[in-house]
Design a binder for this molecule. Structure first.
Ligand code: GLU
Length: 509
């Protein structure tokens, strides 16, 4: 790496909600910037007005915020190289397009869609391998290279035009990509891309290269889908005379379907039941709602941790990595070339890990919100004790209730399947006796209860299961939950005895 200041950018187009692949691109840029004490910049690339979607820009900002990806420069933060929204930089691009024309690297073209179609047909008939605007075909088309200056000026006044790049003939473009290695293309395989459109807006290629240059971007880290544009971008840097300060490039591997076959798509998410977007998104046109990791109950730290390991890893066994860990171990040179398979189960595993390592107090605060919505009021200390018992057993906070409702309400019915399996003829008698033992206890903690049960079982011809399973049924109403004596301890003596009695009275085979 050369010693210029590290400046990287995330440059999304606001054409819809940010896909998790886009978040990963932002994340890798951010990690790289922080690791190298550089700057992370957000640039909104909204020059394609036909694809602009209302709300997408806000969605991008909110997503980055939720993930804890902080911007140094951007549309809200400002910075020395603004504005950071391309539609606010419109005037800049025109000048640069004109510069290329003056230097003979670009030209005006006036072809109508019909003209272009006719060219394609003609080439097809001639069985030509090229079917595009390039060094071989441009001389037959309607542009400032084939028309006289007067004709050109007249058409510039009268009709729509675009500016095209004049791709030189037979030049080798060789560029080192940090991830992909050497990329080599001959310009004969490239076409005269449109740089500037008739609506007065630049295309992605022109705006992207001009802005990366003006914003002094040192490294372009972006998705693999942009790799085919790389040779054109290199040619643009050459044409502008900016090759010396051209950024380095790193194209990140695709996110693949869980099966590993093909690119991860929204359809996979719908079919297999996982979100593709960080936050929920409502399509402003159709009203269609797409699920988000946030709304599905993921912690942002878990989501970020999971994403960071798609296409990269620190080369150690350690998988649980905080943002700080990720920054200190991130190495762009170690990003994988091949696609990264997305694994939904692994995403859940990360969330479980983050959840179970959260403090009981923090989790209890989240649980209190759920309880409050259900109209249940309990002391914080009680919620903390409940959470402590169940947090190893769940993946999401939203599962707390199903794992612990019985701490807040006595059973009113009993799971028929469990009754059938666990409630034997002698069970009422066994439980009555056990209840008598429990009544005598002064302390009602787990250790005392365990001792009481052991004493109770001594010399009897029935075993632990014949006591504990029906006991659980009376306390919970079902066969679920944490250790049954932990449940009894937390419910307390009075409530436990009450529930055992209610079970004896009400459970019928
Ligand atoms: N605007 C492009 C996108 O939407 C940016 C690609 C790049 O980073 O150069 O992904």
């Amino acid at each position: 790496m050369n010693n210029r200041e590290v400046r990287v950018r995330f440059a999304p187009s606001p054409t819809g909600p940010l896909h998790m692949g886009g978040v990963r691109t932002a994340l890798f840029n951010y990690l790289f910037a922080r690791k190298n004490h550089g700057k992370f910049i957000l640039r909104i690339e909204d020059t394609d007005q036909t694809r602009y979607v209302d709300g997408a820009e806000d969605y991008i900002l909110a997503s980055l915020k939720w993930c804890g990806i902080e911007l140094d420069e951007g549309i809200e933060e400002g910075g020395p190289y603004g504005p950071y929204r391309q539609s606010d930089r419109k005037e800049i691009y025109k000048e640069f397009a004109e510069r290329l024309i003056e230097a003979g690297h670009a030209y005006y073209a006036f072809d109508t869609p019909e003209d272009l179609e006719a060219m394609r047909e003609r080439l097809k008939e001639q069985k030509s391998s090229v079917q595009q605007y390039n060094a071989l075909t441009r001389s037959e088309m309607k542009n400032s290279l084939t028309l006289s200056e007067d004709e050109t000026n007249k058409l510039l006044e009268e009709s729509p035009f675009v500016v095209r790049f004049k791709m030189p003939e037979d030049q080798e473009v060789v560029v080192e990509d940090i991830v992909r290695g050497t990329v080599k293309v001959n310009t004969n395989q490239l076409d005269d891309k449109v740089l500037f459109k008739s609506d007065g807006m630049p295309t992605y290629h022109l705006a992207n290269v001009v802005d990366d240059h003006l914003m002094k971007i040192s490294h372009v880290i972006r998705g693999e889908e942009w790799l085919p544009s790389l040779p054109l971008h290199v040619m643009l840097y050459r044409a502008f005379g900016w090759e010396e300060t051209m950024p380095e490039f790193a194209h990140l591997p695709l996110l693949l379907k869980p099966s590993g076959k093909g690119k991860l798509s929204k359809r996979d998410g719908d079919a297999l039941g996982f979100p593709l977007f960080p936050l929920e998104w409502t399509d402003p046109k159709t009203g269609e709602v797409s699920r988000g990791y946030r709304e599905d109950g993921y912690f942002p730290e878990a989501f970020v941790n999971m994403l960071a390991l798609l296409g990269w890893n620190p080369g150690t066994e350690k998988e649980i990595l905080s943002m700080r860990d990720l920054i200190s171990s991130f190495d762009i040179e170690k990003v994988h070339k091949s696609g990264a398979k997305f694994d939904h189960e692994k995403a859940k595993w990360f969330n479980h890990k983050y959840l179970s390592s959260r403090s009981d107090e923090k989790l209890a605060r989240l649980y209190q919100e759920i309880l409050r919505d259900k109209g249940i009021k309990v002391e914080d200390s009680y919620a903390i004790s409940v959470v402590k018992l169940i947090k190893e057993r769940v993946t999401f906070v939203s599962e707390f209730w199903d794992q612990s409702y019985f701490f807040f309400q006595a059973p009113t019915e009993y799971d028929a399947k469990v009754v059938k399996k666990r409630w034997k003829e002698q069970t009422p008698e066994i439980l009555s006796e056990l209840k008598e033992q429990f009544e005598k206890l002064e302390n009602f903690d787990h250790t005392t209860l365990e001792k009481a049960v052991q004493d109770f079982l001594e010399g009897k011809e029935f075993g632990m299961g014949q006591v504990m399973n029906p006991l659980r049924l009376t306390l919970v109403g079902a066969g679920i939950g944490p250790g049954v004596l932990d449940i009894a301890e937390l419910l307390g003596k009075e409530e436990t005895l009450k529930r055992i009695q209610a079970g004896i009275d009400n459970i019928k085979k």
